[in-house]
Every structure is written in structure tokens, then in C-alpha cells.
Design a protein. Structure first.
Length: 191
């Protein structure tokens, strides 16, 4: 016959408490870890110091007299985003470039200058939470689609683009955004 002594009950109680704590850590630990990873990977991206070594050919490196740009702003939900237009005199079409996660509108100058030389206007922009645009972070995958949709809506309200076919280029996160925005919205000007 096994007698339940106070010592034996204490051990069972400790095992029960440890089991409950381990189950709680297992259940809630994943959420906490995911949140920490989310904050680390989707945090705000600032413009890098131009004095540092930088692997991208940016607007600071380009011939700004030959490739002038103008800045504009547009709203993406509650944030104001900054866009950059190049080649205002070109009329072959409008190319909109959506950057990869954390990339700025400046990261694609090699493509921008090529398109400008071929007679296209080009628009790039800083997504939510990136560089000169508002937002505490990049927010996640679908934010790219929200931002490109907001930009396309803005473009459709500007008469200077009325007769221009619009072409979209998206890299990585921006590629997802371009495809998702086109799948879920009606932007007739996009070719």
C-alpha cells in the first residue's frame, strides 16, 4: 500500500507546477519569439550615412544635372510617403519601381538611368517605415501591396500622367506588392 505522505504530495505538486510552466512557455514562447523576430526584421529603416561605404549606386552617385528628380508625397492609409519622379519631360511611358524590403527609392539608380535614357518617366518611392516616409516600421509583407496601391491611386489623380501607359517593376517585397495590388484592385492604366 502506497501512502501519500506530505513529502510525496510536495513532489507531485512541484512536478505539476513545472509541467504547467513548461506548457505555458511552449504555448506563449512561440508568440513572444515571433513578435521579437517581427520587431527585429520589420523595424524602421533609416537612410544610411552617405559617407559610409554603400554597395548601391544611389541618387547621390548619379549625375543629378542629367537626371534631375522632383519629390512628392502621397498618403498610404495613415502615413505620408515620399515619392521621387524622374524624367518629367519623357513621354514613352511611366515606370514605377517598388523596392525590396527596407530598400529606398534610391536603390535602383542603374535601372532608373537606363529607363530615362530610353525615354521613360520613372517613379520610385520609400515604403511605409522606410527613409523619408512615415511609419514606425515596415509592418509586414502586405504593406508593400497597400503602398503600391496608394501610389497607383495617386498617379490616377494626376492629369500629367493621363496619356502615359504605366509599367510596374517590383523587387522581392516590392514584387509581391505589385502582384498583390494588381490582383486585388483595378488600375486600368497599368500595362
Amino acid at each position: 500500500m502506497i501512502i501519500n505522505t506530505p513529502k510525496r504530495r510536495t513532489k507531485k505538486f512541484i512536478v505539476l507546477i513545472i509541467t504547467i510552466v513548461l506548457v505555458a512557455v511552449y504555448i506563449f514562447g512561440g508568440y513572444i519569439a515571433a513578435y521579437i523576430i517581427y520587431l527585429g526584421n520589420l523595424s524602421r529603416v533609416e537612410i544610411l550615412n552617405p559617407d559610409w561605404f554603400f554597395v548601391y549606386y544611389t541618387y547621390l552617385d548619379a549625375d543629378q544635372m542629367k537626371y534631375p528628380r522632383s519629390e512628392f508625397t502621397f498618403n498610404s492609409r495613415k502615413n505620408t510617403l515620399t515619392g521621387y519622379e524622374y524624367g518629367e519631360e519623357n513621354n514613352r511611358g511611366l515606370i514605377v519601381i517598388s523596392s525590396g524590403l527596407g530598400g529606398t527609392g534610391d536603390y535602383y539608380m542603374e535601372f532608373i538611368t537606363r529607363f530615362l535614357d530610353d525615354g521613360y518617366r520613372v517613379i520610385t518611392y520609400d515604403n511605409t517605415g522606410v527613409a523619408r516616409s512615415e511609419g514606425s516600421g515596415t509592418r509586414g509583407l502586405y504593406q508593400s501591396a497597400i503602398d503600391i496601391d496608394a501610389l497607383l491611386t495617386y498617379i490616377e489623380t494626376q492629369s500629367k500622367y493621363d496619356n502615359l501607359p504605366v509599367y510596374l517593376i517590383g523587387h522581392s517585397w516590392g514584387g509581391y506588392g505589385v502582384c498583390a495590388a494588381l490582383a486585388h484592385n483595378n488600375h486600368d492604366s497599368v500595362k
